[in-house]
Design a protein around this ligand. Structure first.
Ligand code: C2O
Ligand code: CU
Length: 443
């Protein structure tokens, strides 16, 4: 895996090209004068990698690996040196869901220059959110993420408030291989078997890097969802073993269960499809014919645990209110007529920028008038979900990537507390490529 490197880098940090004169540069970089507590090096490189089934991928990777994991502790000053070995169009690293200072956000042409072959860029930020995150290149992201330029960022909590005996990071991704498309947990495209002692508390850190939302089944035990998008749920209810849950593209859930006597079956996708990857946790002998059952209900974050308490409620007086009508139309892209994905009828870069001032309370309404779901991802801030389809949700929750299905409306809010220029876009990266991006800018 990606070992923290022990040497100092002769880095050349590019200054943000769009920093307006009125914004202090320190606000954009954060206070990074303290020495790093932990350092990593990620070398972007082409590499053929092989899945468990033997299928081969002409992958683009960090460090030649599928989904390398960076692990830090809450409070650490983290330094990550990105070196581009041979990715021709250049790379960056965006810390998805991690609300880093703007200059560290990894958006080429906006917060930094793209890192070309032979060049490097050093990211440095304080780990001020615990939990399960991921990172990926934001240069031509739909192609680069699909090919493998991503990994996980795990920040362990400061106090041992969350006790578990063993944790597994599960990144599901859809790979293009020499045997066709394969969905895998990391490089595991088959059902895996894991022996676990009864009574052990197991945590699954689940990350969806696929362009669409995915459903998961966990059976044989009742379980809890303890975090969503890295944000801890207060008093998570126990979910019955036939409860399926669905993760937005780019979203993360931490799932916790206590190993029973017997087996626990976990898989991606539908109960009938055994092409999808899964993990069977067993006590002493793996079950001969593990079989999944149809789920009886679907997890609903709008009524789970306790509502997140912050200064944002549906009765808040907002300083600004934005509306994002998500739509689609036919139009020219890449010289051909195809589907374009629109916000308020326009395609990036023609969608007007949302302007905010530091300290303001902002409400955004997503209205999906298109034919499919859109996982809406805001950089640099977490959103508090307040209303769904016009009605207050029972348990407002925090998210960085909210899946909005066709026909749905959501009201979300955030505090403008991270100055800079940020993207707000659909995390179906194909949709982002063909239009569905706007900018949020502090003036
Ligand atoms: Cu995970 Cu703008 O991206
Ligand atoms: Cu979309």
């Amino acid at each position: 895996s990606s070992h923290p490197s022990g040497h100092h880098s002769g880095h050349n940090r590019n200054m943000p090209s769009n920093a307006s004169d009125t914004v202090e540069v320190a606000a954009l970089t954060g206070d990074i004068s303290a020495p790093a507590d932990i350092k990593f090096e990620l070398v972007a490189q082409m590499r053929e990698v092989t899945l468990a089934s033997g299928a081969k991928i002409e992958a683009w990777t960090y460090n030649g690996e599928i989904a390398p994991e960076l692990r830090a502790r809450y409070g650490d000053m983290v330094e990550v040196k990105l070196i581009n070995k041979d990715i021709a169009k250049g790379v960056t690293i965006h810390w998805h869901g991690y609300n880093v200072p703007n200059a560290m956000d990894g958006v080429p042409g906006m917060t930094q220059n793209v890192v070309k072959p032979g060049e490097s860029f050093t990211y440095k930020f304080r780990a001020e959110q615990e939990g399960t995150y991921w990172f990926h290149s934001h240069q031509q992201a739909s192609e680069q993420v699909e090919k493998g330029l991503f990994g996980s960022l795990i920040v362990e909590s400061r106090q041992e408030t969350e006790i578990y005996d063993e944790a597994f990071t599960i990144i599901n991704h859809q790979w293009v291989t020499n045997q066709g498309d394969k969905t895998a947990f990391g490089n595991q495209d088959l059902i895996q078997m894991k022996k676990v002692e009864p009574g052990k508390k197991i945590k699954l850190r689940i990350i969806n890097t696929h362009n669409q939302s995915r459903k998961y089944l966990l059976q044989g035990v009742d379980y809890q969802i303890t975090s969503m998008d890295g944000m801890r749920i207060q008093k998570p209810d126990l979910l019955t073993d036939r409860t399926a849950f669905r993760l937005a593209s780019g979203g993360r859930y931490d799932v916790v269960f206590t190993m029973p006597d017997g087996s626990v079956l976990f898989k991606l996708g539908d109960y009938k499809n055994d092409e999808d990857p899964g993990i069977i946790f067993y006590e002493d002998t793996p079950p001969a014919n593990p079989s999944f059952k149809k789920e009886s209900n679907l997890f609903d974050p709008s009524q789970y645990g306790e509502p997140v308490i912050n200064e944002l409620t549906s009765d808040t007086e907002f300083d600004r209110q934005f509306k994002m009508i998500l739509g689609n139309k036919m139009g020219f892209y890449d010289g051909k007529i195809q589907f374009l994905w629109t916000i308020n009828g326009e395609v990036y870069p023609n969608i007007p920028t949302f302007m905010v001032k530091e300290g303001e309370k902002i409400k955004t309404t997503f209205i999906n008038k298109s034919i499919t779901e859109h996982p809406m991802h805001l950089h640099g801030h977490h959103m508090t979900v307040l209303k769904k389809n016009g009605k207050k949700v029972m348990t407002p929750w925090l998210t960085d990537t909210l899946n909005v299905y066709a026909g749905e409306t959501y009201e979300v809010a955030f505090i403008a507390d991270n100055p800079g220029m940020w993207m707000d876009h659909c995390h179906n990266l194909e949709h982002a490529k063909t239009g569905m991006i706007l900018h949020l800018m502090y003036d």
